[in-house]
Design a binder for this molecule. Structure first.
Ligand SMILES: Nc1ncnc2c1ncn2[C@@H]1O[C@H](COP(=O)(O)OP(=O)(O)OP(=O)(O)O)[C@@H](O)[C@H]1O
Ligand SMILES: [Mg+2]
Length: 661
């Protein structure tokens, strides 16, 4: 016999049942009914096999690479899954109505003969045998149960396949990830070819593909979907067995991932587990640094960069049907996996509004969604909303800010497509310093750029990131940049001087480390592909050597009179009720306030007016200004306040009898 069928199993079971029934010492047992009677068992054992299940059994046997004995064992054990009558027969044969699953002993009894002894059959249950190591069979029962009596359960996944469940519908395992061939050509042909060539040569060296979409690129190189296992599960027999089973059943090679999560203390263990595997280990790592977890071990490393601008543009166009995708492709440096998700979001949000093809804003929204990161936990997202016309700064600063925006929009075309990356060895990131007194528009300017580009912007307070403990600052920075990876967000570091300011305190023994921290920040900024904006109120605290490494330094000047007037105009909304006496020239000329302070005064004045139940008048605004002066510790001189000096005297409000309590 060359193939096992359920008909064969039936015959074996029938013979066994007949043997037992014939030797039943007490056919007239009064307890008949509490167990399966001989007649019932005999009737049951004359069931019919089905060609379908035989075909599926054959398929599974082939996929798992089982020999004839293993196939027969699998057939005996899976029969109960296919037809309940086997459960009852096994219970009968094992003389226990509750034992519907076969034990190794029963399997041995059923299969022995033709030169095969029960002991030969037992070999198929070896822990190292194919059936066990593939996780096809599990021995249930506790240590109390004799080994040969343990109930055998076949894997649910396998039962589903034998029952005719479609393989691709099998439940997604929790600790394994199924990686399908990508819906769109993931690009980076060079890396894919290299990987394919290396995989085709036999070698025991682990092979790592590092870069965005590493998993998908490996699948592409192999031309097959994959099953991904976290390296931490290398030592977990159950997970590995399930992975092996999926791999065999669905022809998905196993790839390992999660190197970036391996703590240095666990590296040795991971390495040993990789060495111990009989076959070559293929790993997907998000970055080259993650691959360092393999330490000294020699590995074959293939590096893949992020998809190029042209590849991204093409993918966006193919996946959304939008013709002009230059803008979104340039602004968001997404991986291919992210683009596929983003395109889906864009398409759905367009459809939701009854549109055939997504609009530019849909593409932006999709891209933002796909790239939104874990940053939210470590940094505050700044709301969009400001536009260029809201920001009042001298023309030179406006120009500088616009060149930042232009840089971010065009960097890919210039650097990758036009080849400048190589000739000027320029990385893609952008390092910027915004310097200026409080309230001069540094945060606002960053928000304007982010809004224009449709990028997200996160504010990180460096003052809270810097720790007095040695090494902690670096760890905090690692966390932030790690979370920002792949997000494309603009990182806005407020209070940048917190990191530099320490240098002036020469008495601090921590000082010599401050240099290290600054260098570390710079290194992290250079490694980040998006824009990093540092903001400071004290430019002179920042080292010139550091400033020279930045791409842009923009000074936000304290606003002059004309600009103050324009700011006043902007912060008094057109819908707000204004009294006739409002004199913006007076406010702008007399009060040297920053944009932020003007904003505060406008708001505070509006609340006072609302409380007065009157339109916003000069007295409200001037009083708010006086209040702001007070906060800043400035004197409210009659020379500044002029005719309004009366209004701001203590108690003036009550005296005016305007209902203010
Ligand atoms: N140049 C400006 N043009 C228009 N409005 C401004 C300007 N500067 C400040 N404002 C107003 O003041 C608010 C606060 O400004 P912003 O937060 O940008 O100041 P900042 O420079 O970041 O200050 P800080 O150093 O205190 O963080 C803005 O939201 C805006 O309403
Ligand atoms: Mg600010």
């Amino acid at each position: 016999m060359t193939e096992i069928s359920f008909g064969f199993i039936d015959r074996r079971v029938m013979a066994a049942v007949e043997r037992v029934a014939a030797s039943d010492p007490d056919p007239g047992d009064p307890f008949r009914g509490l167990y399966i009677s001989d007649e019932v068992a005999l009737r049951l054992s004359h069931g019919e096999g089905s060609a379908d299940s035989d075909g599926r059994l054959q398929e599974v046997v082939r996929a798992l690479g089982l020999d004839l004995l293993e196939a027969a064992v699998l057939a005996v054990c899976s029969a109960t899954e296919l037809n309940p009558r086997y459960g009852r027969l096994y219970a009968y044969l094992q003389d226990d109505v509750t034992r519907k699953l076969p034990s190794p002993r029963l399997v041995g009894q059923l299969l022995e003969g033709e030169g095969l002894t029960p002991a030969d059959v037992m070999v198929a249950f070896d822990a190292g045998g194919r059936l066990r190591s593939l996780g096809a069979l599990k021995l249930l029962g506790d240590a109390q149960t004799p080994l040969a009596e343990r109930p055998i359960k076949i894997a649910d996944r396998l039962a589903a396949v034998l029952l005719g469940g479609r393989m691709d519908e099998s439940p997604q395992p929790t600790r394994l990830r199924l990686i399908d061939l990508p819906a769109h050509d993931p690009g980076r042909a060079e890396a894919v070819e290299m990987m394919a060539a290396l995989l085709a040569r036999p070698s025991h060296l682990p092979i790592v593909l590092a870069g965005p979409d590493a998993d998908t690129l490996i699948a592409t190189a192999l031309g097959r979907p994959l099953v991904a296992v976290h390296v931490r599960d290398l030592g977990d027999k159950d997970v590995m067995a399930e992975a092996a089973l999926i791999s065999a059943l669905e022809d998905r090679p196993i790839v390992f991932e999660g190197l970036e999560d391996v703590e240095p203390a666990d590296r040795a263990r991971t390495l040993r587990a990789i060495e111990a595997r009989p076959e070559r280990t293929v790993l997907a790592a998000p970055t080259r640094t993650a691959a360092l977890a393999l330490g000294e071990r020699t590995v074959l490393l293939v590096e893949a960069g992020p998809p190029s601008f042209a590849e991204r543009r093409q993918a966006w166009a193919d996946l959304t049907g939008v013709a002009d995708t230059d803008d979104v492709a340039a602004k968001f440096r997404l991986s291919m996996t992210q683009i596929i998700e983003a395109a889906e979001v864009a398409r759905l949000s367009a459809v939701a509004r009854g549109l055939e093809t997504p609009e530019r804003s849909d593409l932006d929204a999709g891209a933002r969604q796909a790239s939104s990161s874990k940053l939210g936990e470590l940094a505050a997202r700044l709301p969009p909303g400001y536009k260029w016309e809201d920001l009042v700064v001298p023309p030179k600063q406006t120009e500088q800010l616009q060149s930042i925006s232009a840089y971010l929009r065009h960097r890919d075309r210039v650097l990758s497509d036009w080849g400048y990356e190589r000739t000027v060895s320029r990385t893609q990131g952008l390092k910027v310093l915004f310097a200026g007194e409080s309230g001069t528009g540094k945060t606002m300017g960053s928000q304007v750029i982010a809004a224009e580009l449709g990028l997200e912007i996160f504010r990180v307070d460096l003052a809270t990131t810097v720790s007095k403990y040695i090494g902690e600052t670096e760890k905090n920075l690692d966390r932030i940049f790690g979370a920002a990876e792949g997000s494309n967000a603009i990182l806005f570091f407020d209070e940048a001087d917190a990191l530099f300011g320490k240098r002036s305190e020469t008495s601090d023994s921590h000082d010599r480390y401050a240099n290290i921290e600054v260098a570390y920040l710079l290194q992290k900024m250079e490694g980040y592909p998006g824009a990093v904006i540092l903001a400071t109120n004290f430019r002179r605290n920042i080292d010139d050597a550091f400033i020279r490494r930045l791409d842009f330094v923009i000074d936000f000047p304290f606003p002059e009179k004309e600009d103050r007037k324009r700011i006043w105009q902007k912060v008094l909304p057109p819908e707000a009720p204004l009294a006739d006496d409002i004199d913006l020239d007076f406010l702008a000329e007399k009060f040297k306030l920053s944009g932020g302070a003007i904003r505060n005064c406008s708001l505070a004045g509006a609340f006072e007016a609302a409380d007065d139940d009157s339109p916003i008048g000069m007295r409200h605004l001037v009083r708010a200004v006086a209040n702001e002066y007070g906060k800043q510790g400035r004197l409210t001189l009659e020379a500044d306040f002029g005719s309004f000096h009366e209004v701001i005297k203590v108690g003036a409000k009550a005296a005016a009898g305007n209902g203010f309590r």
